[in-house]
Design a protein around this ligand. Structure first.
Ligand code: FES
Length: 137
């Protein structure tokens, strides 16, 4: 049994402890905003077994907005028209939100070093511009 909280809601889920968190979020919890990335990342849900989040608080893209108000990164994404197909964008937004929490005014080098998500549409310039815009929001 895995016990954790996602976006403020508690969950007790009967699942093999080695199941990647990604699949538990998508298939058991029903939050499909989290997408499969490369599967080899160090801390992303696709490579984190659900057993490692026992008792932890998890925030997914569905929980980033608070009380109906978009997060400043989500607002900047809309203002800069960042997404193309959209597949990578949940991960990009969550990665930038985490970066800004750690480093409220990142340089281009900080963004390039920390946002390692892959976009097959090459939205990296827009991601960088929106990240800077979010720092000023
Ligand atoms: S917008 Fe489609 S993969 Fe990045």
């Amino acid at each position: 049994m895995a016990r954790f909280s996602v976006n403020g809601q508690s969950h007790n889920i009967d699942v093999d402890p080695s199941t990647p968190l990604l699949w538990v979020l998508r298939e058991q919890v029903g939050l499909t905003g989290t997408k499969y990335g490369c599967g080899i990342a160090a801390t992303r849900s696709c490579s984190v077994p659900v057993s490692t989040v026992e008792g932890k608080q998890i925030t997914t893209i569905e929980g980033l907005a608070q009380n109906g108000t978009l997060h400043k990164v989500q607002k900047a994404w809309i203002e800069h028209d960042v997404p193309q197909c959209g597949y990578c964008q949940s991960g990009m937004i969550m990665a930038v939100a985490a970066l800004l929490k750690e480093k409220p005014n990142p340089t281009d080098a900080d963004i390039d070093a920390n946002i390692t998500n892959i976009c097959r549409w090459g939205t990296y310039q827009q991601v960088r511009a929106a990240s800077h815009a979010a720092t000023n929001a």
